[in-house]
Ligand binder design. Structure first.
Ligand SMILES: Nc1ncnc2c1ncn2[C@@H]1O[C@H](COP(=O)(O)OP(=O)(O)OP(=O)(O)O)[C@@H](O)[C@H]1O
Length: 265
């Protein structure tokens, strides 16, 4: 049994059922269905504007859906009112939110806080730890991402790759079992990309977290993912193991995106 098949038999941690979303009347996600088993590492690929980031933002409740349902760990995030999905009240969403961490494309660090405080603060605000405990955990995480010696610097005193590692440490601080990454390598020099890949692999192995990653870098996706999804106009047009999807995609839109000849040519 392949790695992907093994994970496919474990229970789903994320389920999007018939999810639609439009911005200003323009459809971005079109009746989308997606089931992600616990522990899977999924790369989301596809043309710009195809809806990849919107999926991450919906899971973070930074966007709401127009139709359908989203479940995390079996818990629904929406209730239906007059046929329209409404996000559940904050008190009921808290446990879902606590499970999900996101690393944003441009890091999203607080510029006036030290690296250590950037990682400690969410734990304190979340009521997960008091200051001393939060800072001890932040230092541990900085060790994990190889930046223990930068704890007292401000984010602007770090390189892009280092900022990215701080953002990853901050997402890990709340011990989520789902991690979302929006183009984690797009702001980095090419030589830093393999460092991020190594770090994500270490995190995957040590935490067993389910990871969803939006990227435009095919080689990165191939090395990172158990499963690759290609999006086109808000639909998943290809879904499979990286080796299959990159070498022999079935859908003509994926083939065009990858620069492969149409089938039968
Ligand atoms: N808050 C918003 N308001 C209006 N339009 C939006 C909003 N968020 C996203 N969009 C639009 O929705 C579409 C899908 O955006 P999304 O960011 O999900 O695409 P993407 O596949 O991640 O693209 P990229 O690869 O360029 O990041 C785009 O056309 C975008 O302009």
């Amino acid at each position: 049994m392949s790695k992907m098949e093994q994970k496919a038999v474990s229970r789903p941690i994320i389920e999007l059922s018939n999810v639609s979303k439009a911005f200003n009347g323009v459809s971005v996600l079109d009746n989308l269905n997606l089931v992600i088993p616990k522990g899977q590492k999924v790369a989301l690929l596809g043309p710009s504007g195809s809806g990849k980031t919107t999926i991450l933002r919906i899971l973070m409740t930074l966007e709401t859906i127009d139709a359908g349902q989203v479940r995390v760990g079996g818990q629904s995030m929406y209730e239906e009112q007059s046929g329209v999905p409404r996000l559940l009240p904050e008190s009921q969403l808290r446990s879902v939110r606590a499970r999900i961490g996101m690393v944003f494309q441009h890091f999203g660090l607080f510029p006036h806080l030290t690296v250590l405080s950037n990682i400690a603060l969410p734990q304190i605000l979340n009521g997960q730890a008091r200051k001393a405990e939060a800072e001890a955990r932040a230092l541990d995480l900085l060790q994990t991402v190889g930046l223990a010696d930068k704890a007292h610097l401000l984010p602007d005193q770090l390189s892009g790759g280092q900022k990215q590692r701080v953002a990853i440490a901050r997402a890990l601080a709340l011990q989520p079992d789902i991690l979302l990454f929006d183009e984690p390598t797009s702001a980095l020099d090419p030589q830093r990309v393999s460092e991020v890949l190594d770090l994500l692999n270490v995190i995957g192995e040590t935490t067993g977290a389910t990871m969803l990653l939006v990227t435009h870098e095919m080689e990165f996706a191939r090395q990172f993912a158990d499963r690759v999804l290609f999006f086109d106009h808000g639909q998943i047009v290809e879904d499979g193991a990286p080796d299959l999807v990159f070498t022999n995609p079935q859908d003509h839109r994926t083939r065009a995106f990858l620069g492969l000849p149409a089938r039968g040519v």
